[in-house]
Write a protein that binds this ligand. Structure first.
Ligand SMILES: [Zn+2]
Length: 217
């Protein structure tokens, strides 16, 4: 019986050792768990990568909107109240209410100086003296704008016949009308109101005649 007990003890010890061995053998198991965790972590990393992508996307969108903001910052539309303050009544009436100034009694109809005509409201370049011609109408007339991108047009029926209204593409201020009885090369007559324009005389350094008169090298 004593032997049996000893054997039992040995057996018990062996079992205990076996258990320890099994436990020791299982030791990698937690590391498998760790691996799982690592996999999960990498999944999470993947997820957070997606999050990052979407975050980047949002940043891009934010970037785009900030770009949009930048381009808007170049010209911040003025309120009507502000415009009333900075424009003369005729300038306000022409640019904001599509009014028309009197013929021959306006600033630039007979202006023969070389230079640029800009929008009175937003300062965008609109016309140059190079396309200005004597139309005999009493309003400054041009056969072409600096670029078609600088102006916008729409049909209007303010009079009994259809006309093509012309406005600044940047601030939407009314400038005048365009007709098809102008000189070549365009055959157009951009009949503008001086009140919607701001003339800047070209400096000598920027004038073409000055460039041409440079001595040949
Ligand atoms: Zn403008």
């Amino acid at each position: 019986m004593k032997i049996h007990l000893r054997s039992l003890t040995v057996l018990f010890a062996a079992l205990a050792f076996g258990s320890w061995w099994v436990l020791a053998g299982d030791t990698p198991t937690p590391s498998n768990g760790d691996t799982d965790r690592v996999v999960n972590a990498s999944n999470n990393a993947g997820n957070s990568g997606d999050d990052k992508d979407s975050a980047d996307k949002q940043n891009d969108e934010a970037g785009n909107s900030s770009e949009q903001k930048d381009s808007d910052e170049k010209y911040v539309p003025k309120t009507k109240r502000e415009l009333r303050r900075i424009l003369t009544p005729i300038q306000f009436n022409v640019t904001q209410n599509e009014g028309t100034e009197p013929a021959f009694r306006n600033r630039y109809w007979d202006n023969k100086q070389q230079g640029i005509y800009r929008c009175i409201v937003c300062d965008q370049d609109l016309f140059t003296s190079e396309t200005k011609y004597r139309s005999g109408t009493g309003w400054p007339s041009f056969y072409a704008p600096i670029s078609d991108k600088k102006i916008g047009t729409r049909k209007d029926w303010h009079l009994i016949y259809e006309r093509t209204e012309v406005h600044c593409s940047r601030c939407n201020s009314h400038l005048g009308h365009v007709f098809s009885d102008g000189p070549q090369p365009t055959g157009k007559r951009y009949c503008m109101n001086s009140a919607s324009l701001k003339f800047t005389e070209t400096g000598k350094e920027a004038s073409r005649s000055e460039t041409r008169s440079e001595p040949a090298k």
